[in-house]
Design a protein around this ligand. Structure first.
Ligand SMILES: [Zn+2]
Length: 142
């Protein structure tokens, strides 16, 4: 069986805190493994052990990755309806009726709320245009 010692080598230098935490962590893993094997049998115990100490630590990491993926690129805007303008062509300007809107290079007003991008209609109402989807970018909305 391989020991988790290779993880400490991978990180390079070992700090004092790691030197204290690491044996405790191994002790915790060992006792949990022993408990799991005792509780669920060898195969089930090892399966649960892998789930708890290999899969679970990756969950916050994966969630962080997911959150950053959801919000990655969020300040950018999709191409405008005419397809001519890209994210840098949008300008934030005050509307005649009050409030702000994002005007693309063609002069069409848009509005961004969270992950959705709306077209501002002549009467001031908004119509869904595009929606941001994690990992994939902007998609037609509505
Ligand atoms: Zn445009």
């Amino acid at each position: 069986m391989t020991t988790p010692a290779r993880f400490s080598k991978a990180s390079g230098r070992v700090t004092l805190i790691e030197m204290i935490i690491f044996p405790l962590y191994i002790l915790l893993i060992a006792s949990c493994l022993r408990w799991a094997v005792h509780r669920y049998g060898w195969r089930g115990g090892v399966g649960r052990f892998i789930l708890v100490f290999v899969v679970l630590p990756f969950v916050p990491f994966a969630l962080g990755l997911l959150a950053s993926a959801i919000y990655w690129g969020m300040p950018s805007y999709p191409a405008c309806r005419a397809g001519k303008c890209r994210q840098f062509n949008y300008q934030r300007r005050v509307l005649e009726k009050g409030g702000h809107a994002l005007f693309c290079g063609c002069g069409a007003p848009y509005r961004k709320r969270g992950r959705r991008f709306y077209e501002v209609q002549p009467d001031g109402s908004i119509r869904p245009y595009m929606v941001w989807r994690a990992f994939r970018g902007w998609f037609p909305d509505g």
